[in-house]
Design a protein around this ligand. Sequence first.
Ligand code: PFF
Length: 454
Amino acid sequence: MGGFDFSKRDSFGSRMGVIMAAAGSAVGLGNIWRFPYILGENGGGAFLIIYLIIMFSIGIPVMMSELLIGRRAQRNPVGAFKVLAPGKQWYLVGMMGIISAFMILAFYTAVAGWTLEYIYQTLIGGFTAKSSADLATMFESFRSDSLRPALWFAVFMAATAGIVLGGVRKGIEKSTKIMMPLLFILLIVMCVKSLTLHGAGRGVEFLFRPDFSKITGTTVLMALGQVFFSLSIGMGTIITYGSYIQKDNNLAGTAVEVSLIDTFVAVLAGIAIFPAVFAFGISPESGESLTFIVLPGIFQQMTGGMVFAFMFFLLLALAALTSTISVLEVIVAYFSEQLGLTRRMAVLLATLSMFILGISASLSLGVMRNIRLFGLNIFDLFNNTTANILLPLGGLLIVLFLGWFFPSRDIRDELSNNGTLAVRYYSLYRFIIRFVAPIAITIVFLNGIGLLKI
Ligand code: PFF
């Protein structure tokens, strides 16, 4: 093992590349698959408002914090804390991020694999003449199958590994600059189609009219978890991407832009999905099967539905791919910089270990469904514990680190690019990372898991 040569560290080549890669990480299944079903189960418009409040008051500051930690240290999440707080235990926050990365990649790539099966089904006409009950059976028997989901998982993982192997600039940046604009176009077309369906108005109303009686402590925790998951924050992905950003980039601007793109896409996904759901008289509370059972049923009843179905699942697959590469990059950066593996070996090792974890997550919906921890199968355990526990906890520790342990002058230097940019928002940012974010995350967290009742 040769040790990593830090003078040869890769980086993003342009400002546009940074935005596309970071927005690519943020925009994903979280926006198009997870956001609509969580919103549907948690009261619609009221959830959206809470989500937006958390996004602006906590999400953006945490994203800025991660970008600045990464760029300051020029390291993977574990190495970053070792550089910024030598001899201290803070690097454990980075370790927790690496564990989250493994867990997220496992269930996330499994879902991404389903999108490939669904693209395939649209091509062979697999949804034709199926009733909703047939579609539900089809989905359940597919995802509990022992082989097919595992195969699609492997295909998706291989594509992810292929891009990451190409490096930061030539793999990640280049591919996201192509995929992200395509994803936008597909999504806009889907929104137009959905809004022009007869009866679409009720879906728009569900999305935008708040009913606060539906809000409980758990709802707020779900919104917090969703913000963290959706922005890819709380586990070091943005630290890792931040470490590849050039010194003249305005980090606060980047954090705001990426968060706005992410939020915009989540709302667009809601607009693409709920009008169609209501137009066809389906319950918005259909849960995580919304995308895979309800939508094929809707597509089938639309004119030109299979073309839209193909576009929709392609959209999901692309969105997922620009996110899986960012999670794999976290693990690869850690393996190569901390353990001294070559990039090739790091990708290989990470991918092979993902096969074991990911295929277990996939099989936990089928033959391995009886293996349970805290009453959850492996898939749900990974999905829920990362978003609702590990990411908020990671975010909390990150803001505590910057707010209370890292010199304020250094933070200011990093945000202002050594005094060349004005950082008028600085006192507000500092107030948020010292008080607002830590207190809010703690309250929401304790309340959400039932340890505190407000
Ligand atoms: N932000 C991604 C999404 O919304 O789909 C999911 C994700 C990617 C979470 C990368 C965490 C991460 F590090």
